[in-house]
Design a protein around this ligand. Structure first.
Ligand SMILES: C[S@@+](CC[C@H](N)C(=O)[O-])C[C@H]1O[C@@H](n2cnc3c(N)ncnc32)[C@H](O)[C@@H]1O
Length: 337
């Protein structure tokens, strides 16, 4: 099994024994899954893929069952999140554990030199190829609590809790604001006046879930990103609101549960690429997760090809708002829009 991604191709050519090592926040790559390392990731889709193959996996929100002989940190797009992983590894793995850091030049891997120096950790360049770099250090206690990365901000009269790598980190998205403006009028006539079972799909920091819970909805919030799920739990708690937040790749964790309404500002990016996959599944499978008469409410950039998907899934839809940049769509199960 050959490595598929440039970062894994760089690791593959190391002739290094990675048995038992932790792959921290890696991309999807069959070479990793076929090897003898363990996964540490907050990505629910990746964790599900590893679990399906029976390969061990762990989450940064649970204690590790055993210390690994070493770890490879795949430096993420968000530097603040990379720094968080580094602090987490320093706090949770024994001092002296070997750590390798790998990433694409375009993703700013060279910045790890400064980050490691600021923490008083040494750094050795191991290799560069495929427009990627590989560096080595050893972990140590650095006296900084990774939990300090959780931040709070105020929006819509609520406290929102966020974390590096969670969508819209620290500010309310303009599309989400447009959707919130449409919710009171739209929910008044539906979803038990907004107090029914409502699903927030792709919850991010939990702004929609908290807004709905404050209005009396029974909220379930899901996100593929474990940091977003944890942020939503903290947002609900910070506002004294009830609700359930689950890690889920679109509907994967929901079985055949149905809702009075599904609200979403759906994703259309994965890392740096445009990816309509999750939004497509969200729309196509929405009727199966709505009660009869239940509605899907979406906000999206006006250029995205959702009208065709909504037409195919629901047989019709309405545009509730359009500010030229974003549109709010509503579609109702059973063809009533
Ligand atoms: C545009 S953001 C919206 C966040 C938040 N609801 C808001 O309005 O600010 C889209 C969210 O979808 C999540 N997401 C991406 N892929 C997903 C998937 N396959 N399943 C569930 N959520 C996903 C992202 O992690 C992100 O939090």
């Amino acid at each position: 099994m050959s490595a598929e991604t440039p970062v894994c191709q760089l690791l593959e050519r190391q002739a290094f024994d990675y048995r038992g090592w932790l792959w921290v926040a890696p991309p999807q790559d069959a070479w990793l899954e076929a090897g003898q390392g363990r996964l540490l990731s907050a990505d629910a889709a990746l964790c599900a893929a590893w679990q399906a193959k029976g390969v061990p996996r762990a989450s940064p929100f649970e204690a590790l069952d055993a210390a690994p002989p070493g770890a490879v940190l795949f430096w993420p797009k968000s530097h603040a999140q990379g720094e968080w992983w580094l602090l987490w590894l320093c706090a949770h793995l024994p001092p002296g554990t070997p750590l390798q850091l790998v990433g694409e030049n375009q993703g700013g891997i060279k910045r790890v030199l400064k980050v490691l120096a600021a923490l008083g950790l040494g750094c050795r360049k191991l290799d560069t190829a495929r427009r990627c770099g590989l560096y080595a250090t050893r972990l140590d206690r650095v006296g900084i609590d990774p939990d300090a990365a959780w931040t709070r901000f105020e929006a819509e009269g609520m406290t929102l809790v966020s974390h590096p790598g969670v969508f819209g980190h620290g500010k309310l998205d303009d599309g989400t604001r447009l959707l919130l403006g449409e919710l009171p009028g739209t929910l008044e006539g539906r979803a038990d006046k907004g107090r029914g079972d409502i699903l927030d799909m792709g919850c991010g920091d939990g702004i929609l879930a908290a807004w709905l819970a404050r209005r009396g909805a029974r909220v379930t919030a899901v996100d593929v990103n474990g940091f977003a799920v944890e942020a939503t739990r903290r947002t609900l708690a910070a506002n004294g609101l009830a609700g359930e937040a689950l890690a889920s790749d679109v509907y994967s964790a929901l079985g055949d549960r149905t809702f009075d309404a599904i609200v979403s500002n759906p994703p259309f990016h994965h890392e740096r690429a445009i990816d309509y996959g999750p939004a497509g599944r969200l729309i196509r499978e929405a009727p199966a997760h709505l009660k009869p008469g239940g509605c899907l409410l979406l906000v999206a950039n006006a250029f995205l090809p959702y009208p065709d998907l909504l037409e195919a899934a629901f047989g019709g839809f309405e545009i509730l708002a359009d500010d030229r940049r974003f549109r709010v769509y509503a579609a109702t199960r059973d063809g009533r829009s």
